[in-house]
Design a protein around this ligand. Structure first.
Ligand SMILES: Nc1ncnc2c1ncn2[C@@H]1O[C@H](COP(=O)(O)OP(=O)(O)O)[C@@H](O)[C@H]1O
Ligand SMILES: [Mg+2]
Length: 470
C-alpha cells in the first residue's frame, strides 16, 4: 500500500492536536478530583480535631477513655502531647514512636495556631495530620494530633486516574481509527485522480474516474471526467476532419495529376480532346479553390474569429439581391424562381453580407439538386419572428440522412454529388452563420418531392421597442 503523504500529514496534525487536548483534559480532571478529595479530608480532619480538643479540655480519666473510644469509632489515631513533645496519651494499643512530632510544629501550636500536613510513615502509609492546641484559660495547655489514614483517598484517586487513563486510551484509539479512515477517504480519491489524469496525459482518454462522492471531491472527479470526454470528442472529430480533408483533397488532385500527365506526355489525339482535359483540369482547380475557401471560412468560424457587422437588416432587399445572382443558373436549368414576401416583416439585427451568403448557399443547393420545377422563397412573420424559407421541387433528401446534412463534408450519394461539384461544407457553414446571428435552421424533405429549408430569426428587443414607439 502506498502511503499517501497528504493523509499522513493530516493524520499526524490531527493526532498531535488530539493528544494535546487529551493530556490537558486529563491533567485538569486529575487536579480537580485530587483537590476535591484533599479539601474534603482537611475539612473532616479539622472538624474532628476541634471536637477532640473540646473533649480534652476537661482532662480527666473518663475523657481520655472517651477520646480513645471516639478515635476508634471515627477510625483515626490521636496523639496527645505536652509542650515539649511528651506524649500524654494516644489511641491504639502498643507503645508507638511518633516521629512526626517536631518542635517547630509544637511551637506553632503552643502559640495558638492549627497545623496540617501529610506524613508518610516507615511502612509507606500516608496520613493526613491535623494538629490543634488545647486552650484553657486563654493559654494552650497541651496539643492534639489527629492522624487520618489516606489509604481510602489514595485508592479513590488511583481509581479515578485508572479510569481517566483507560478512557483516554480508548478515545485515542478511536481517534486514531477515525483519522485513518478519514484521511483514507480524503486521499484515496486524490490518488485515483492522479493516476487517471496521468494516464490521460499519456493520451489514454478513454479512462474515466469512478468517484461517487457528492462533495467537492466528487465534483472535481466529475470535472475531470467531463474534461476527458471533451478531449476525446475533440480528438475524434479532429481525426475524422483530417481524414475527410485528405480524402476531399485527394480526388481533385488525382484528376489534376492524371490529366496534366496525359497532356504533358502528348497522349491526346486531337484538339477537342485536349480542350476537354483542360476544362476538367480547370474545373477541378476551381473545386479545390472552393474547398480551401470553405475550409478556411469554417475554421475561422469554429475558432470564433469571424467578425459580424450587426445592423438592422432589410431582408427583402437581401433576398432580391441574392436572387438576381442565381437567376442565370436557374434559367439555364429551366427552373422558375418565385417569391412570396409578406408586408410587415419584423426587423432583425444581422450581418447583411453573411445573410446573403446563407441565402446564396441555400439557393445554389436548391438549383443544383432540382432538375425541374420551381424554387419558392418565402418571407413571413410568425410570433414576432422573421421566418424565411427556401423550397424546391427537387430530388429531396432521404429521411434517415436528414439529421446529418449539416455535418461537415456530409453529402448524399457521394459519387453522384461529385458531379455537382459540391464540397459538403456549404450547409455546415450555413448552420454556423445562422447560429452566430441568433437564428435557427430547420429542414423538411421528401424524396423526389422536394426540400424546404426554414430559417427563423427572432425580432431584436431594441428594434421591437423602437417599433412600438413609432
Ligand atoms: N435542396 C436540396 N435538395 C436535395 N438535397 C440537398 C439540398 N440541399 C442540400 N442537399 C444535400 O445535402 C448535402 C450537403 O449540402 P452542402 O453542405 O451544401 O454540400 P454540397 O457542397 O454538396 O452542396 C448535399 O450534398 C446534398 O446531397
Ligand atoms: Mg452546397
Amino acid at each position: 500500500m502506498k502511503i499517501s503523504r497528504i493523509g499522513l500529514k493530516l493524520g499526524t496534525a490531527f493526532m498531535i492536536l488530539f493528544i494535546i487536548l487529551l493530556m490537558t483534559l486529563g491533567v485538569a480532571i486529575d487536579q480537580l478530583f485530587s483537590h476535591f478529595f484533599y479539601a474534603q479530608m482537611k475539612e473532616d480532619s479539622q472538624e474532628l480535631a476541634s471536637h477532640f480538643v473540646s473533649m480534652a479540655k476537661t482532662k480527666d480519666a473518663s475523657s481520655t477513655a472517651m477520646i480513645n473510644n471516639f478515635a476508634e469509632f471515627s477510625s483515626v489515631q490521636i496523639v496527645w502531647v505536652t509542650e515539649n513533645g511528651q506524649v500524654i496519651a494516644h489511641s491504639g494499643k502498643s507503645e508507638r514512636q511518633h516521629p512526626f512530632i517536631n518542635q517547630k510544629d509544637l511551637n506553632r501550636m503552643f502559640s495558638g495556631q492549627s497545623i496540617d500536613f501529610i506524613y508518610n510513615d516507615s511502612s509507606g502509609h500516608r496520613y493526613y495530620i491535623s494538629g490543634k492546641p488545647v486552650v484553657k484559660n486563654q493559654k494552650p495547655q497541651s496539643a492534639l494530633y489527629i492522624l487520618s489514614s489516606m489509604n481510602k483517598i489514595d485508592d479513590s484517586i488511583r481509581t479515578v486516574r485508572k479510569l481517566l487513563f483507560l478512557s483516554a486510551l480508548g478515545a485515542f484509539l478511536v481517534a486514531l481509527g477515525m483519522t485513518f479512515i478519514m484521511t483514507k477517504l480524503l486521499s484515496q480519491p486524490l490518488l485515483k485522480m492522479q493516476k487517471v489524469t496521468d494516464r490521460m496525459s499519456k493520451g489514454d482518454w478513454d479512462t474515466r474516474l469512478d468517484i461517487r462522492q457528492k462533495d467537492e471531491m466528487g465534483m472535481l472527479g466529475q470535472s475531470i471526467n467531463n474534461l476527458a470526454q471533451s478531449l476525446q470528442r475533440y480528438r475524434d472529430t479532429r481525426q475524422e476532419f483530417f481524414a475527410n480533408i485528405s480524402h476531399e483533397l485527394r480526388t481533385p488532385i488525382t484528376y489534376l495529376e492524371g490529366y496534366s500527365k496525359v497532356l504533358t506526355d502528348n497522349l491526346v489525339e486531337n484538339e477537342a480532346e485536349k480542350k476537354k482535359y483542360l476544362t476538367i483540369i480547370h474545373q477541378e482547380a476551381i473545386r479545390l479553390q472552393k474547398l480551401v475557401d470553405d475550409l478556411f471560412e469554417l475554421s475561422k468560424m469554429e475558432e470564433g474569429k469571424i467578425e459580424l457587422t450587426m445592423e438592422r437588416l432589410d431582408m427583402k432587399d437581401i433576398i432580391l439581391n441574392t436572387l438576381s445572382k442565381v437567376k442565370l443558373k436557374a434559367e439555364q436549368k429551366n427552373i422558375i424562381l418565385k417569391t412570396e414576401l409578406h408586408q410587415d416583416i419584423p426587423f432583425i439585427l444581422g450581418d447583411s453580407y453573411r445573410m446573403e451568403q446563407i441565402l446564396l448557399n441555400l439557393l445554389e443547393n436548391a438549383i443544383k439538386y432540382t432538375d425541374q420545377g420551381e424554387i419558392i422563397v418565402q418571407l413571413v412573420s410568425e410570433n414576432s419572428s422573421l421566418v424565411l424559407s427556401v423550397s424546391d421541387t427537387g430530388q429531396g433528401i432521404p429521411e434517415e440522412e436528414l439529421p446529418y446534412i449539416f455535418d461537415r463534408f456530409y453529402r448524399i450519394e457521394k459519387s453522384r454529388s461529385r458531379d455537382y461539384g459540391g464540397t459538403g461544407l456549404g450547409l455546415s457553414i450555413v448552420k454556423k452563420l445562422v447560429d452566430l446571428q441568433g437564428g435557427s435552421i430547420h429542414v423538411e424533405s421528401k424524396l423526389d418531392v422536394g426540400t424546404t429549408f426554414t430559417l427563423t430569426f427572432p425580432q431584436h428587443e431594441e428594434l421591437e421597442s423602437l417599433e412600438g414607439s413609432s
